[in-house]
Design a protein around this ligand. Structure first.
Ligand code: FDA
Length: 308
């Protein structure tokens, strides 16, 4: 892993820097490039604007690794409010949820029961919950929970998950998810992983991404390809054309504030695009992972900050 990427990922876990940044006006201003705002209303306003540009949204109420059951329930209440607000405002939006924010590291049973209630609520509203994927120590437990929830008839249409192309295990996870009929978002993976679980070289991650994206495109389920990488996107487009797969049978997903030009181009070309819109006060780890993906962002942000 390049040293700058490792440094930003290490900083994303630094408590002191996190507390300072999340409270400071400077930090909030910097984060606004990638984070829709601090409150639910900010996120809903951004979702409306993104919808007006012809793109769907997935909302992420930022936060991970809660330390008490009360915090986990508070985080879940936020998501229940979001589901109701999405419905009331008729937004084209679903939700993305991290199980550590629902208490996974305190009790997998707690996280599963919270995720079940969210998926049940989403199902009643005809909406959908995407369970985000976190670091590799949580892959198995996350997939087990998603599989058990998906097996419940009342929520099976309302839940899906994420697979990371950098993990060696991902092909067999996708095979299993497809056999179960579970919808997948494919991404490259954003955490720092050791070489015994993840491809250390970008070229190998990219090659695996292409292989896995083809498996998803070939399946009859509706999946999502989450990437800003021109090469991944154009390869997926050509594969879909060659196989006669209609553009409305899958979607591309990108992060709020990243490659807005490419988002608009895909919409113009007739592809479905969903923007991942994070919001909330706990923005620091998310923000640092975005800098890790592209350290040039740090320079860009600093320049714009001082110019403004
Ligand atoms: P890559 O990092 O190779 O970048 C390709 C090109 O994209 C770069 O050259 C640059 O032009 C552009 N780019 C990428 N990142 C950028 C950035 N931050 N700022 C500006 N330009 C950038 N990960 C995870 O582990 N679990 C998850 O659940 C999710 N969920 C998720 C949802 C969605 C909708 C997206 C788009 C991504 C995720 N991710 C994720 C993050 C993902 O794993 C990955 O870290 C990032 O998407 C960056 O990888 P790319 O595929 O964009 O390619």
């Amino acid at each position: 892993m390049p040293p700058m990427r490792s440094a930003f990922i290490a900083l994303s876990k630094n408590r002191t820097l996190r507390n300072f940044s999340e409270r400071s006006a400077v930090g909030r201003r910097m984060s606004s490039r990638f984070v829709a705002g601090m409150e639910i209303d900010d996120a809903l306003r951004v979702a409306e604007a993104v919808n007006r540009q012809g793109m769907a949204v997935t909302l992420d109420s930022l936060g991970e690794s809660v330390t008490s059951e009360t915090e986990a329930h508070q985080a879940a209440d936020f998501y229940h409010q979001l589901l109701d607000s999405i419905d009331a405002r008729k937004l084209n939006a679903n939700i993305s949820v991290k199980l550590t924010q629902m208490g996974l590291q305190l009790s997998p049973v707690l996280a599963e029961s919270i995720a079940w209630k969210l998926a049940e609520h989403a199902g009643k509203l005809g909406n959908f919950v995407r369970i985000d994927m976190e670091d590799s120590s949580l892959t198995q437990v996350t997939l087990d929970i998603v599989r058990r929830l998906h097996a419940r008839p009342e929520v099976c249409a309302a839940i899906g998950t994420v697979i990371q192309a950098y993990l060696y295990r991902s092909q067999s996870d996708i095979e299993q998810l497809l056999a179960d009929g579970i919808r997948v978002r494919l991404c490259k993976g954003a955490y720092k992983e050791p070489a015994n679980v993840a491809f250390p070289r970008k070229a190998a991650v990219d090659a695996n991404y292409i292989k896995l994206s083809r498996m998803l495109l070939d399946s009859p389920l509706y999946h999502a390809l989450a990437t800003h990488d021109d090469a991944m996107i154009s390869t997926a487009k050509s594969f879909a054309k060659q196989r006669g797969i209609d553009a409305n049978r899958f979607e591309f997903q990108m992060l709020y504030g990243v490659r807005r030009d490419l988002q608009r181009t895909l919409v113009r070309e007739g592809y479905k695009v969903r923007v991942y819109v994070p919001f909330g006060r706990d923005w620091f780890p998310y923000f640092m992972r975005r800098l890790a993906e592209r350290p040039a962002n740090a320079l860009f942000l600093a320049k714009n900050f001082f110019r403004a």
